[in-house]
Ligand binder design. Sequence first.
Ligand code: ASP
Length: 431
Amino acid sequence: MQNLTRKIMLAMLVGAATGVVINLFAADVAVVMDYVVGGLLYVIGAIFIASLKMLVVPLVFVSLVGGVTSLGNLATLGRMSVKAISLYMVTTMIAITIALSLAIAVGTGADFDIGGSSASFTGRDAPPIADVFINMVPSNPIAAMASGNMLQIIVFALLFGIALTMSGERGKTIIALFRDLDVVVMKMVEIIMRLAPFGVFALIARTFATQGIELIVPLISYFLTLTCALGFHALIVYPTVLKGLSGLNPLTFLRKMRDPASFAFSTASSGATIPITLRTAEAKLGVDNAVASFTVPLGATINMDGTAIMQGVATVFIANVYGVDLTVTDYLMVVMTATLASIGTAAVPGVGLIMLTMVLNQVGLPVEGIALIIGVDRILDMMRTACNVTGDCVVTCVIANSEQALDIATFNDPAAGALELATEELPASKA
Ligand code: ASP
C-alpha cells in the first residue's frame, strides 16, 4: 500500500480507538471533553473539512470547463449525460431494491420496543419538482459559486466550455489558461491530501468520542442490516457492474478506492470529497479529464446509492416498529420515490433525511419514526457516503471505458497517482 494511503488508513484506526477510549473512560471528564474533543479535535477536523470544501468550487469549474473544451463535439457531451444519468438511476434502483429485500427478509425493527419513546422529528419538505428544473439554471453564476450550488455550477461551466470551443482562435488562449489552472488546483488538492492523516484522525476520534457505542445496541438489527446491505452493494454489486459493463478488474478498482472512500467516511460528505474523487478517477483510475470532470461532480450531487439503501432499510424498520403492513405497490413506490428524490434534492444539504421524509410520506408512514434512528445516523452516514462515492467512480469508469477515454495502463498500474508523504516536490526555499 502506498505511503500516504497507509497513513490515512492508520489515522482512521488510531482515531477510532482513541475516540472509543475517550468515550468509555473520559466521557465525564470535562477537561477532556471540552478541550480535547470539543476543542483540539473539533478545530483540526473543521479546518480539514473547510480546506477540502475550499477546493470544490474552483476545481469543478476549472476542470469541467477544460474537460468540455477537449470533448470535440456536443454529441459526445449529450451521449455522456444520458449514459451518466441512466446509470446513476439504475444503480440507485438496484441499491434500494437490495436494501428493501434484505430488511424485509430479516424483519428489521419487528422486535424494537418503542414503549416510552418520546422521540420527535419534524421533516423538511422537498422542493417542488418544477423548482428543481428551474433551479438548475443559475440566475447569477457568482451566487451559484458562492453558495456552492453544484448543479448550477455544472450548467454554467458546460455552457462556458461550449462557448469557448465555438469561439475559435480567440477562445484558444482561454482554453489553454483553464487547462493550466486545472493543474494548479490539482496541486492544491495534493497539498491538502498530504495533511489528511491529521484531519482524518481528528474527525474520526471526535465522532467516536461523542457517539457512544451503547446508542447502537437497541438499534442493532437496523444497524447491521444497513451495514450488510451497504457492504453487499459496494463489494458485490459494484464489482459485477464494473466487470459486466466494462471488463475492468474490480479488485484493482476497489484497491484504488481506498483514498476517496476513507475521505468520504471521515467527512460524511460526497461534496467535500469531490477533489479526492476527481483526483483518484484521473490519476489512479486513468479516466480522461473530459469524462471525470463531468461525471464526478454530477455523481456526488445526484447519485446516492448508500443513501438510498438507508431509505430502504429505514422504511422497513419504521413500518415494522409502528406495525404498518406495506404492500408490494408501496415498496415499488419507495423504489421510485427514493430514486427520483436523489435527483430532486440534489442541491439540498443534509439530503439523506429529507429524502427519507419524502419516502415515508409517500407510503403514509409516520415521519417521527426518523427520530428513532437519528442517534446512530452519523456513523451510518459515514459508511453510506463511502458507498456513494464508490458508486460515482464505478459509473465514471464504465462511461470512460465506453467512450475510449480510460487509460488501461494507468488503471492497471498499482503505483499510478500515488502520493508520498514527503514534500520532496516543493522547491527548496532560497536562503
Ligand atoms: N452524507 C451523504 C453524502 O454526502 C448524503 C446523505 O446520505 O445524507 O453522500
